[in-house]
Design a protein around this ligand. Structure first.
Ligand code: IPE
Ligand code: IPE
Ligand code: MG
Length: 241
């Protein structure tokens, strides 16, 4: 089994799972959080270096206020209860996303979880919260434009590295594998720049039904892929020479 260095997951299908069980949507989010905890542990155990979890998108702010408030509450509770476990498991916690749209106490809890785990050297756990790739790219353009306006860099010096290093993911490798549950096959504004050469894995499984065994299936499948990055396969290169 090949373990991706950076796995990014679009945890989708909580609402449909709840509906299937004749429960309110928020019940699906509670179950989904439990699954997230298990998958975080399993990734840590298997030696994944970066795990990015899409938990809340910029567009998710448009959901009914009660659902948004519930999701914020889940986040509060997660940070409060899990920080000690993260430290114990040597997991470093960070987030990407538009922090200033979050309630201020949640921002404070995020900051303290990041601070408390910054010495951890195992799994890098990244929550994408209030995250949208277009918003991120817009911020990046502004940051670079400011550097140009201040005369720190010239327009000619702007290249792909300039862009990459001004993204919120600047310190992370690009995702090797992007996994989405619930049968939807789209990015929904997730890591648009970073996904240029990611492998995609879609499963019909709704997120609350996703298991460690499903995760391993996705890694098996990932291991069978040939990543060429626009070049030709290595063995063909040898044959040519
Ligand atoms: C994913 O599940 C969790 C979030 C987006 C917060 P959904 O809530 O999108 O579930 P479905 O897609 O409606 O089933
Ligand atoms: C994407 O799921 C965002 C998260 C999983 C957090 P959505 O359910 O919001 O995406 P769409 O609306 O189906 O594209
Ligand atoms: Mg959804």
């Amino acid at each position: 089994m090949k373990i991706p260095q950076h796995l990014a997951i679009i945890m989708d299908g909580n609402g449909r799972w709840a509906q299937k069980h004749h429960r309110p949507r928020v019940y699906g989010h509670v179950k989904g959080t439990r699954v997230a905890k298990k998958i975080i542990q399993e990734c840590s155990r298997l030696g994944v270096k970066y795990l990015t979890l899409y938990a809340f998108s910029t567009e998710n702010w448009l959901r009914p206020q009660a659902e948004v408030a519930f999701l914020m509450q889940i986040l509060r509770r997660y940070l409060k209860r899990e920080t000690q476990n993260l430290i114990k498991e040597n997991i470093r916690f960070t987030i990407i996303g538009e922090l200033d749209r979050l309630p201020s106490d949640v921002v404070a809890s995020i900051s303290s979880a990041m601070e408390a785990t910054q010495h951890c050297t195992g799994l890098n756990l990244v929550f994408a919260i209030s995250y949208g790739s277009r918003q991120e790219l817009t911020q990046t353009v502004k940051a670079i434009a400011e550097k140009v306006a201040l005369g720190h860099i010239s327009i000619d010096e702007i290249n792909e590295v300039t862009i990459q290093s001004n993204l919120s993911t600047a310190t992370m490798p690009e995702p090797d594998l992007i996994l989405r549950t619930s049968g939807e096959q789209r990015l929904s504004n997730f890591l648009l720049w970073q996904a240029a050469y990611s492998e995609f894995y879609f499963t019909e499984q709704l997120w609350p039904d996703f298991t460690e065994a499903d995760l391993k299936d996705s890694f098996e499948n990932y291991g069978s892929r040939q990543r060429r990055f626009g070049k030709i396969a290595h063995e063909h290169e040898i044959a040519l020479n």
